[in-house]
Design a protein around this ligand. Structure first.
Ligand code: NVA
Length: 240
């Protein structure tokens, strides 16, 4: 925002009346009179949707439990930089069927990519999104990591315990064991496969140290592209 010549405010729940029980629709109406746009990072997707419904300024989803669209814009940008094209490339996600998975499915399918997901039973991505993906493109979801990773052009993973799931972290380590990008997985993917991670990475859990270090250029290009992609979002939403 500063690079674009604007001003940014960071408001945590402690700074807002929301933290004291104000309904989000009222916060939306107050903030709409002070600001030109809001990026919100929260847990509940309905909070973002209520902000957008009751506010009169652009509302950008900076992450919810349901989805993480801003990250995926940076991810798609990075894949295009490294692979030249998106259409026809196979994107494989390994791990928890979480907010990242939901957004990767939407972004990947919309761009004409094949999307495969490997996750343990009971940790699948959103059912409605999977149905939409199967109807609108090439999509599979399996418990088998090697099946999902076969011939993949892009291998993607994320933490086993997301923000807000800290208390489940130990339990999740058992459930997700094996849902990891490692050399066995690299061996079945395309020989030139790139590796992505939205960070923070837990080496030895969802990704091994050797794979992360071998693909650090891709992973940190991805991190850098958050800056560029999110500037594009601000321009699109607030200047167009
Ligand atoms: N699934 C992770 C994504 C972090 C960028 C989380 O929600 O914490």
């Amino acid at each position: 925002m500063y690079d674009l010549g604007g001003t940014a405010l960071f408001l945590s729940s402690r700074d807002l009346q929301i933290g004291r029980g104000e309904p989000v629709q009222d916060t939306a109406r107050v903030l709409s009179r002070y600001l030109d746009g809001i990026m919100i990072r929260t847990f509940d997707q309905s909070e973002v949707e209520d902000l957008a419904k009751y506010g009169s300024i652009p509302i950008i989803n900076g992450l919810t439990d349901y989805c993480h669209p801003c990250q995926v814009l940076a991810d798609l940008m990075t894949i295009r930089e490294h692979k030249g094209v998106l259409k026809g490339k196979k994107l494989c996600y390994i791990g928890d069927g979480n907010n990242m998975t939901n957004s990767l499915i939407v972004g990947g399918i919309k761009m004409g990519m094949e999307v495969s997901v490997a996750c343990p039973k009971g940790y699948e991505p959103d059912a409605e999104l999977m149905k939409w993906a199967a109807e609108n493109g090439k999509f599979t979801c399996t418990e088998s990591v090697l099946e999902a990773a076969k011939d993949a052009d892009v291998l993607y993973t994320d933490v086993w315990a997301s923000m807000g799931q800290e208390a489940e972290a130990e339990e999740r380590k058992k459930i997700f064991k094996g849902y990891q990008i490692n050399s066995d997985v690299m061996a079945v993917a395309h020989a030139e496969a790139m590796v992505m991670h939205c960070l923070p990475a837990h080496r030895g859990e969802e990704i091994t140290d050797d794979v992360l270090e071998a693909h650090a250029d891709e992973i940190f290009d991805e991190a850098e592209n958050r800056l560029h992609a999110q500037k594009a979002v601000l321009v699109k939403c607030m200047l167009d």
